[in-house]
Design a protein around this ligand. Structure first.
Ligand code: IPD
Length: 326
């Protein structure tokens, strides 16, 4: 097999391999949770709210070695090896992009919204994603052009995403939004972020231009936010400061579920008229550190669902402020 020529059979094999790997990693994450809640060995990365544990590293090592055994020619980008200084260039080669434990803060608190996120980038485009929450035994997965699915403990048969027929979404005021507090708690970021939250949730009768969205949630895992938007339970998820390993798998799953996925306000405006899978600038999107995703929306007699997605993302970006991710 030439490295850049994966066949449909290779992709099917890869998907099964990655789903199995996610479950094995999930066992280790569950074991780690018991240990961490007893011993509490937690380290800090850039500050006291940017956490890492020995289990993040152990899970990444497990995943990396299993990938190397089965797919020795593939490249690997992982949160913990990146933190340790590795900077693999993104080439045309198939590249696994992995967050071993997404939701590390939840993990150390025993809050059960934690997952492993395994994405595959091929010819610089995310093409496969598997996200597994071992505490709720929930697995999302998607393969480019083949749809997205969730496997739940209540229904071992994969359920296609979104879970229900897409509904219309007329405006932000009807939306349930996913946002995160992130690890940059500097005054300038917190001021912009909280002003954005106020404009999204506040009452427009008293707060200028506020949208009064139904509500705002912070789940603590970027990948699970993508899963929730893909299944149609969250209408939008927006975050500045994530990394490719947080979003790579989620991007594929969301796109396959009919979501509209894009980056910063500037990226959105300059790619507004392209259908996301046609993006020529995947690199810029994946490494852009600014991400937004909106769920599948039904067509109405006056507007196509895709146009509604773009209109609402435009409206969202007119309501929030941006900042540089550090
Ligand atoms: C973090 C989580 C969190 C998000 C951060 C991510 P980690 O990943 O996804 O929800 O707000 O931006 O970095 O550190 O738990 O792997």
């Amino acid at each position: 097999m030439a490295v850049c020529d994966l066949t449909p059979q290779d992709f099917s094999k890869l998907l099964e391999f990655t789903k199995d790997l996610a479950r094995s990693a999930g066992e280790l994450i569950r074991r780690g949770s018991t240990a961490i809640l007893q011993e509490g060995n937690v380290d800090e990365k850039k500050n006291s709210v940017d956490l890492v544990t020995e289990w993040d590293v152990k899970v990444e090592e497990l995943v990396r070695s299993e990938i190397a055994k089965s797919w020795p020619d593939f490249s690997f980008i992982g949160e913990e090896s990146y933190s340790a200084g590795e900077r693999p260039p993104l080439t045309e080669k198939p590249t696994f992009c992995v967050d071993p434990i997404d939701g590390t803060t939840n993990f150390v608190h025993g809050f059960p919204f934690v997952c492993i996120s395994l994405g595959l980038i091929y010819k610089k485009q995310p093409v496969m994603g598997v996200i597994y929450n071992p505490f709720l035994d929930q697995m999302y997965y998607g393969l480019k052009g083949q749809g997205a699915f969730v496997v739940l403990p209540s229904s071992p048969q994969p359920i296609p995403l979104p879970l229900a027929k897409p509904r219309p979404l007329l405006s932000l005021s009807q939306a349930l939004l996913g946002v995160e507090w992130g690890s940059d708690r500097s005054a300038s970021v917190m001021t912009r972020k909280s002003a954005s939250f106020v404009r999204l949730a506040g009452d427009g009768k008293e707060i200028k231009d506020a949208k009064m969205a139904h509500s705002i949630r912070s789940m603590g895992s970027a990948a699970l936010n993508y899963g929730c938007v893909a299944q149609g339970s969250l209408d939008i998820y927006w975050e500045i400061g994530c990394w490719p390993w947080d979003v790579c798998a989620g991007i594929v799953i969301a796109q396959e579920a009919g979501c509209y996925v894009t980056g910063s306000r500037e990226f959105f405006l300059s790619h507004r008229d392209e259908d996301p899978p046609q993006f020529k600038d995947w690199d810029e999107l994946i490494w852009g550190r600014k991400y937004i995703v909106i769920r599948a929306i039904a067509d109405t007699p006056t507007e196509k669902g895709r146009d509604a997605q773009r209109r609402i993302v435009g409206d969202f970006y007119n309501s929030v402020e941006e900042w540089d991710a550090i």
